[in-house]
Each structure stands twice: as C-alpha cells, then as structure tokens.
Design a protein around this ligand. Structure first.
Ligand SMILES: NC(=O)c1ccc[n+]([C@@H]2O[C@H](COP(=O)([O-])OP(=O)(O)OC[C@H]3O[C@@H](n4cnc5c(N)ncnc54)[C@H](O)[C@@H]3O)[C@@H](O)[C@H]2O)c1
Length: 337
C-alpha cells in the first residue's frame, strides 16, 4: 500500500459529514468518495465537498479503487453496507457505533470479516476523551481498584424527534448506552457479567415516536465493580448543549467526577451554550479533537498495519450488552452474559 490511502464514506448524513470533513483534510488520505441512498443528499454533498458520490456501496466499489470504507449509516443499517464492503473486497472498515443492533447481525459480520481477512474499527470516541484517559491512567498508576461507577449520557428531545427518521429502530441504549458500556469496559479492562435494566416509554410515545425515553442499567463487572448507566432522549431543548454526560467513580483509594461541561460559557445573540471545544473542530484545512481522532487514527493504523484502538470485538461486546439491556427491560430479569 502506498503512503496515502483512498477511502469511501457510506452515508452522508449528520455524522457522515464529520467523516468527510476529517478525511478530506487528512494528509494521509489521497482520495475521498462517498455514497448515499438519498439522491438529494448525494447531489448536495457532491457539490459541498467537490467529490464524487454514488448511490450504493456496490456502485462505489465497482468504480473506485478503495483501501478503506467508513460507515455512517443509521444505527439499524450498518449491516448491509458493511457486508457489501467485505464481500466487495474492502480490507479495512471503520464503522460508527453500534457495530450492529442485533448480536446475530454483529456475529455474522465478524465471521465474514474474519473469513475475508478484513479489519474492523468501531467509533467509540470516548476512548479518546482526555478526561477519561486521565482517569484510566490515574487508576492504573495508583494500582487502584474501582468499587462503584456511574455514567450518564442524555440527549435533548430534538435528537430523537427531529434529527433522524430512524429513531424508532434505535433507542437511548443503542444510540448513547453503547458509548457508556464500551467506556466502562475500556476503563475497567473487564467484561460485563450480568445486566439488569429498567426503561420508560411515556414522553416520546405520546409524541408519536415509539422508543424509550430513558433506560437505566446496572452492570456487574468481572473485576467486582458495579456500575449504573443512565441514558435518556428527553432533555428539554433549552439545555445549552445537545447532550449531557457525567462519569463518577468511587475506587478503593479515590473518587473521580467528570462532567461533559468543559468550562466554556458562550453567549451568541439570544442563545447561551456550553460548547465541548475538545470534541470536534473543523477548519478549511484541518480537523481536530477527540471526536475526529478515531478516524485519523484509523487511517494511520491502516497505513502502518497497526491494531485499532476499538475493534470488532469491542463492537460486538457493546452490542451484546445493549441487547441484554433491552431484554432485561422486557423480561424484568437479570441477564447473564
Ligand atoms: N460516534 C458518535 O458519537 C456518533 C454521534 C452521532 C451519530 N453517530 C452514528 O452515526 C450514524 C449515522 O448517524 P447520523 O446522525 O449521521 O444519521 P443521519 O440519518 O443524519 O444520516 C444517515 C445517512 O445514511 C444514508 N443511508 C442510509 N442507508 C444507507 C445505505 N445503505 N447506503 C448509503 N447511505 C445510506 C441516509 O440517506 C442518510 O443520509 C449512526 O449509527 C449514529 O449512531 C455516532
């Protein structure tokens, strides 16, 4: 492989634009193309970036020599483009979280990826968040042991109601929870043993959207730590950020608390906000922040043939936990993994 690679982005929606912004300004990328099944979006994106777009993965692969693809289709639709890419000869895939919204689909993807020698990276960007890395390092340096953890990640209600047309096929656990489950696995370097969860369906259902408002989960980890994870999709739109998050850890030797508020209050005209300036920053020639770093690291790992920081195994583990969360809510039982 030459030093620079060619990449195809699949899905040019909200997050696909972040992929495009990142790859089109990455010095390690030679060429960026994309595909989107929505004709209007395809044309608008071609104009916006002055790059070639296609209407499907298959068409894109027929016409381009690609080293990698980067999938940003809706949560329930990662399976088909990923399968088409694997069977179409692509050897390196970056996929948005969750890897899949069923364990069955995720396992099949992993099986065919293995059979075809394909490497898969999953976008669990919280592993790159400097606050969480500092906590993880401090615990390791102190040879500390986590006793109890709490993690919350919540979105304003416009996210499920206005941002997507696939909300009912996802949930706070699929969209937000998987970030938490993955980060907990990452920080504890341990797996989930048992899951118990409860959920509410009140507010969104009353607005004609059949998914959970809130999902609360207890995770028992193999290292003996116990965690509570809370995810909701109904924060009022007046919240000055589209999402909110907290992480609290009590360990044998310490106490850690992180809020997603990053210390900046911003007042523009009639709107106040608390932007997460550490997450993503785009200029004409550059992309930076822990939200784009997974994509940049994916490119360098492909070029250097080095391991991915979050791979297909991490993807399927988060999918297993999210599926167990849904099952526990419905059956009211504790689910062993
Ligand atoms: N890493 C993160 O923190 C983060 C944050 C937000 C969203 N995401 C993830 O990104 C993914 C996309 O979310 P979004 O907000 O951009 O959704 P979106 O609805 O804005 O965009 C999805 C796009 O995919 C296109 N599409 C659908 N099926 C396709 C297919 N088979 N082939 C090609 N294009 C197809 C749609 O036309 C649309 O343009 C989701 O899985 C979501 O969870 C990740």
């Amino acid at each position: 492989m030459s030093n620079k690679i060619n990449i195809g982005v699949v899905g040019a929606g909200i997050y696909g634009h972040y992929h495009l912004n990142t790859y089109t300004t990455d010095n390690n990328v030679k060429k960026v193309v994309f595909c989107d099944t929505n004709e209007e979006r395809l044309q608008a994106t071609e104009k916006e970036y002055n790059i070639k777009g296609y209407s499907s993965v298959k068409e894109m692969l027929k016409n381009e020599e690609l080293d990698a693809i980067s999938i940003a289709t809706p949560d329930p639709y990662h399976y088909e483009p990923m399968k088409d890419a694997i069977l179409g000869g692509i050897k390196n895939i970056f996929v948005e979280k969750p890897l899949a919204t069923t364990v069955e689909e995720g396992e099949e993807l992993i099986k065919i990826a293995k059979e075809n020698n394909v490497r898969v990276a999953v976008d669990f960007h919280k592993r790159w968040d400097p606050a969480y890395l500092a906590i993880k390092n401090d615990i390791a340096n102190n040879k500390d042991k986590i006793v109890r953890g709490y993690m919350a990640l919540d979105d304003i209600i416009d996210v499920p109601l206005k941002w997507f047309n696939w909300t009912e096929k996802s949930s706070p656990a699929w969209f937000l929870g998987v970030h938490c489950y993955d980060l907990i696995r990452f920080i504890t370097e341990s797996e989930v043993k048992r899951v118990y969860a409860v959920g509410n369906k009140q507010v969104l259902v009353n607005k004609g959207c059949n998914t959970y408002d809130s999902m609360q989960t207890i995770l028992e980890m193999e290292d003996g730590s116990n965690w509570t994870v809370e995810n909701s999709w109904i924060l009022p739109n007046s919240f000055p950020k589209s999402n909110d998050g907290q992480l609290i850890i009590i360990s044998e030797k310490g106490y850690y608390k992180n809020e997603s508020y990053r210390g900046l209050n911003q007042y523009n005209q009639d709107k106040a906000s608390v932007p997460n300036y550490l997450f993503m920053n785009f200029t004409e020639n550059d992309a930076s922040g822990f939200g784009v770093q997974p994509m940049k690291d994916f490119i360098t790992a492909v070029i250097n043939n080095t391991p991915f920081i979050a791979d297909a195994f991490d993807g399927i583990q988060a999918t297993r936990i999210a599926e167990a969360v849904h099952k526990s809510i419905i059956t009211k039982e504790i689910i062993s993994l």
